[in-house]
Write a protein of this length. Structure first.
Length: 298
């Protein structure tokens, strides 16, 4: 599933749902968790379900819902309301590890059957670093975890979990624990065979800062980024879409190795490249092909 941009929208705000629907986000995340006050949870569930079966049904964007944490006492009611035709995925917050994704998968098995949805259609993107236990168990992500479509990470809830005053250093950079969280998300996603999706850029008015954050995230290996405002979506999509120059360079690498399949290293544009560069070139071309044919294909 290609998820360059995943845009959070409060499920209880019709105005923001309408605005988010007009964006070019790869996925909308209807939020039932942090963006919704406790008194509004029931109304937000109903609004999300109505959106999924109504105006959201015709969108090109994938439709996700961020439910409340599995152990919050709210998650089952969330799922019972929103697992309806039109739902593409669940974002699962505050997981303690891969076992929570497997547990959610069992719930979805039953709820899909009840709703008449094709088995396995509803995918899962967990926020993998929001608890201390999750950080200590990041080695548990592995290939073959059912429904897993990607991994993302967050720093705000983790800082609350460990009692930090801030997750930033005096110069504004992330403190070491949160840099580690992002790095472990990258490794865990690679181990599980899914894309890593970078955390949000909080200042939605800071376009230049967002561009820099996206560029850094892409260099590090992320394949997309969370958005919290529609104005961030186009910047994110552009940043995580290969440029024509990148595609041309990737084609030269692939063609060179096709012409010399026994070679271990080759010179391309005056630089020595080897098999890891070939793998990256193929990934770049596959990414672009997926966007051209169907940017939302599973």
């Amino acid at each position: 599933m290609r998820l360059r941009s995943m845009l959070f929208v409060p499920a209880d705000s019709q105005r923001k749902l309408a605005k988010g629907s007009q964006s070019r986000a790869d996925a909308l995340i209807l939020d039932l968790e942090d963006a919704v006050a406790p008194a509004n949870k029931a109304a937000a569930r109903q609004a999300a379900a109505e959106f999924l079966g109504g105006q959201g049904a015709g969108l090109a964007a994938r439709r996700f819902v961020r439910i409340n944490p599995l152990d919050s006492g709210l998650a089952l009611a969330d799922l019972a309301a929103v697992v309806v035709p039109g739902l593409d995925g669940i974002m699962l917050p505050k997981v303690d590890g891969a076992q929570d994704v497997r547990r959610l998968g069992l719930y979805l098995d039953a709820l899909e059957a009840k709703a008449g949805i094709e088995p396995g259609q509803v995918r899962i993107v967990p926020v993998a670093t929001e608890t201390a236990r999750a950080m200590l168990g990041m080695g548990g992500w592995e290939p073959g975890i059912g429904r897993l479509a990607g991994l993302t990470w967050g720093a705000e809830d983790l800082s609350a979990a460990v009692g930090a005053i801030s997750n930033r250093e005096a110069d504004g950079s992330y403190s070491p624990l949160y840099e580690l969280a992002g790095a472990l998300c990258l490794c865990a996603a690679a181990a599980a065979g899914v894309d890593a999706i970078d955390t949000l850029h909080a200042d939605f008015r800071d376009a230049e800062g967002l561009k820099a954050a996206c560029a850094q995230a892409r260099r590090r290996g992320y394949r997309g980024k969370i958005a919290i405002h529609p104005d961030q979506v186009d910047i994110i999509n552009e940043a995580f879409t290969p440029t024509q120059e990148e595609l041309a360079h990737a084609r030269r690498i692939v063609q060179a190795f096709e012409q010399q399949p026994q070679a271990g290293t080759l010179a391309i544009d005056g630089v020595m490249v080897d098999r890891p560069h070939l793998l990256q070139a193929k990934r770049t071309l596959e990414s672009a092909q997926g966007l051209k044919k169907d940017p939302f294909a599973f």
